[in-house]
Design a protein around this ligand. Structure first.
Ligand code: ADP
Length: 383
């Protein structure tokens, strides 16, 4: 039991001291840190005043006198500057009596108080950071979007073109989408990190959303010589989510499945109703992931085998973003895979009992929107 009490005390973020007649009897690890000694034992038995200058604003002289004589004193709370071992720190200090077996001790709990000025400075820094990223986001996306819409217009020209020109045109367009994906991922990751990634949620039929994405990507996937199949054991399942995020999650995993599945393979996307949740499996017959790397793939910038870099391009941010987007939805992701045996990515989302309130035609020109998403998310495949 004593071990447990000690563990609790040592885990405390507050410094806790017990002294008798101003001689330290006990302190936790945090207390030793504040006194700037290596371990509590280095200060136990010593006088509080060897470490802390007790000013008149921290304790009334009469009360100090009582504490020195081992008498009961009036508990007090103060928030002020203390000189501790030559350093000035601002602390909130609470001192009260502790009586055990008729003996009086003083119990002191100290917390570091960040100065108001520092808090204001931090807030200002945060605001500037946000402003900078909002501006950067606009500055990066605007020229890219202009290039991409220009390409789209050129694509519609009738009198096309020499085959070499056509290949060059496609490669420029794909590079544009790739750059846009990278910019989106970097900016979103920054926003997620700083807690500024705000999304609006609506109640949608997840079955419809997933089926729609698969349909949009199917032609492209088949053109890579990979079979794709969609299956579901439920027609309607409502999930509270942001549709754009869900599109990105699915397309990200799907684009990896295409990237790491050789010609002749297949991808199965299946939805399973689990009453209060829904499971979406994206299963491929590709190269698989070995045990060692399975745990790491959701970490940032992680690509399992750097030697794939040339044939399998990517920044290693995809799955980290997928995981963060799922966290925002209170969802989960796991993967079952082994080397050479394909991979099964399983997304779990909480289901809602209510009916979906989202009309798909709320997105104007949904087809165009999702084609663009497919272009962006698949831009890393077969560079
Ligand atoms: P990237 O954007 O570089 O693809 P991801 O975060 O999306 O990064 O994926 C991280 C790594 O996980 C990939 O580089 C790859 O090694 C591995 N991986 C992801 N999905 C699959 C899959 N379906 N099959 C095999 N390996 C995969």
């Amino acid at each position: 039991m004593e071990k447990i009490f000690r563990a609790v005390m040592d885990a405390s973020q507050d410094a806790i001291f017990i002294h008798k007649r101003l001689k330290f009897i006990y302190m936790n690890q945090r207390g030793a840190e504040i006194l700037k000694v290596e371990k509590p034992e280095d200060a136990i038995g010593k006088d509080v005043r060897d470490f802390i200058q007790l000013g008149s604003d921290s304790i009334h002289p009469d009360e100090l006198h009582k504490a020195i004589n081992g008498e009961l004193f009036t508990p007090y709370y103060s928030e002020s500057y203390y000189h501790v071992n030559g350093h000035e720190i601002k602390m909130a200090v609470y001192v009260e009596n502790l009586t055990v077996d008729g003996e009086n001790y003083a119990k002191v709990v100290c917390k570091n108080v960040p100065e108001k000025k520092k808090i204001l400075e931090l807030e200002e820094q945060n605001r500037l950071r946000e402003e900078f990223f909002a501006n950067l986001s606009h500055e990066l996306r605007t020229p890219l979007n202009i290039i991409l819409s220009g390409m789209q217009l050129m694509e519609k020209r009738e009198n096309i073109i020499h085959p070499a020109e056509d290949a060059c045109f496609k490669s420029v367009r794909r590079s544009g989408y790739r750059l846009l994906r990278l910019v989106n991922n970097i900016l979103d990751m920054t926003k997620i990190d700083s807690g500024n990634f705000d999304v609006s949620m609506s109640k949608v039929n997840i079955v419809y959303i997933v089926e729609d994405i698969i349909e949009s990507a199917a032609d492209y996937i088949k053109s890579k010589g990979i079979e794709i199949q969609f299956d579901t054991d439920v027609e309607e399942k409502t999930v509270l989510c942001n549709v754009e995020c869900i599109d990105r999650i699915i397309l990200n995993i799907l684009s990896n499945a295409v990237k790491f599945t050789p010609k002749g393979g297949r991808i199965d996307v299946s939805i399973y109703d689990r009453d209060d949740s829904v499971h979406i499996h994206i299963k491929d017959t590709g190269i698989g992931i070995d045990d060692k790397n399975l745990r790491r793939i959701f970490e940032r910038f992680e690509q399992v085998d750097k030697s794939f870099r040339r044939s399998h391009e990517g920044s290693g941010m995809g799955l980290a973003i997928v995981k963060s987007l799922l966290d925002i939805h209170g969802g989960k992701i796991k993967v079952i895979s082994s080397s050479g045996e394909g991979s099964d990515f399983i997304i779990e989302l909480k289901a809602s009992n209510e009916k979906s309130s989202f009309e798909t035609n709320e997105i104007i020109d949904k087809e165009k929107y999702i084609d663009r998403k497919v272009n962006i998310e698949f831009s890393d495949v077969d560079i």
